[in-house]
Design a protein around this ligand. Structure first.
Ligand SMILES: [Zn+2]
Length: 387
């Protein structure tokens, strides 16, 4: 940072961890918030210190991560995701992209740089791995196993079709042979888990069969993999950070684009994100659902239909409070069958409440007029609980 701080207000030096401090115990059991705060990150009281943390991403993620440590005094678990996969595609020769503006431009340097900026563990700068690009995936395996550090997660930014029936076997085998913990990021326009019917079950299978897997930049799939033995997970603070799209694609929003953006609200009873505009409409002639989280304190869920920054922040905090409570509830069940059963029953209850909510407010279940059950939620509610 170029601005020299006033020495009277200089914050304590940021404590950094070297490459011998293992990533696994620092991340075990946590659901992190995938953040893209601009311009200066603020504290998030909604985040649970014991079970949460932050993944800082986007432009200048490292600078903002350092600010979060040095200026805000954040001491919790922190990762820096420079998201090279949004612009760089992995090749058989160069699966990792070392940021070109860095002096030595090596992967080792990129990992050290994240740690110096205050990251608890380091993420490899892996490029996007396109559908069926076996050579790029194998190159990640080759280069990852050359890394001699305990603090590194190998990031796997894969197109969701890697989870299809014909590819899942190879993906699982490569993951099992990478001797570091792994961080999967799923690519597709819209919800990756809706790409094919078997994606939710195959994602589970991957996380059950391979140790030390994590799923970053996702939505409630974070809780599904946590229930099924993931090392850790990360939920995006807004919808663009709950999946990723290939470097050559433009984000499709389902609308014409442009215009104000409104928050997406996590519905505590229905267990899904819904746009504020939709909620404002659907509750227009009915008693709106309300929320008792610390942020809302009884607030109506149709009251977020505003595009200002304060409302956005309130919506984000509401979302974090809601999923953090679920993470904390989940952690109170022993890992294994009990935890998986709790999660399945919770999802099944949300599926049942959907029809009830539509009846209560007098609307049908068509996408325009009422609530529909998202396909992944239905899968989580019905897939068998395996021991
Ligand atoms: Zn709330």
């Amino acid at each position: 940072m170029s601005n020299a701080p006033d020495p009277r207000r200089r914050p304590p030096a940021v404590k950094t961890l070297d490459h011998t401090v293992a990533a696994v115990p620092l991340l075990q059991g946590r659901v992190l918030l995938h953040e893209h705060t601009q311009p200066i990150p603020g504290p998030r009281p909604a985040l649970d210190d014991d079970l949460g943390g932050v993944v800082m991403t986007g432009a200048n993620a490292d600078t903002r991560a350092f600010q979060l440590r040095a200026d805000v005094g954040y001491q919790g678990t922190l990762l820096i995701d420079s998201a090279v996969y949004t612009t760089y595609t992995a090749t058989a020769e160069e699966p990792f992209m070392a940021p070109p503006d860095e002096l030595f431009g090596t992967v080792e340097h990129s990992l050290n740089f994240q740690k110096a900026r205050g990251a608890s563990a380091a993420l490899t700068p892996t490029g996007y791995i396109p559908p069926a690009s076996s050579r790029a995936l194998k190159a990640v395996l080759r280069e990852a196993n050359r890394i001699e550090r305990a603090d590194t997660l190998v990031s796997l930014p894969i197109h969701v079709t890697w989870l299809n029936r014909e590819n899942i076997g190879q993906l699982t085998e490569v993951c099992a042979r990478i001797r570091h913990p792994k961080a999967v990021i799923l690519f597709r326009q819209f919800d990756p888990l809706e790409q094919a019917k078997d994606v939710p079950s195959n994602l589970r299978r991957l996380f059950t069969e391979v140790e030390n897997m994590s799923l970053l930049r996702t939505d409630l799939a974070a809780l599904d993999v946590m229930a099924h033995g993931a090392l850790c997970a990360g939920i995006g603070v807004r919808s663009s950070l709950r999946h990723a799209i290939p470097p050559d694609d433009k984000a499709q929003t389902g609308k014409g684009g442009g215009g104000p953006t409104y928050p997406h609200i996590l519905m505590p009873q229905l267990m899904r994100f819904k746009g504020a505009e939709f909620l404002s409409k659907v509750y227009g002639n009915a008693d709106p659902a309300t929320c008792d989280c610390e942020e809302c304190d009884g607030r109506s869920l149709d009251s977020f239909f505003l595009s200002d920054g304060e409302t956005q922040r309130e919506a984000e905090n509401h979302n974090i409070y809601i999923w953090s409570e679920w993470v904390s509830n989940m952690a109170s069940y022993p890992a294994g069958t009990e935890r998986k059963t709790w999660w399945r029953d919770k999802c099944a209850a949300a599926v049942d409440r959907c029809a009830l909510e539509n009846q209560r407010i007098g609307v049908g279940a068509s996408p325009k007029s009422g609530f529909q059950v998202p396909a992944p939620l239905k899968a989580w509610a019905t897939l068998p609980v395996t021991p």
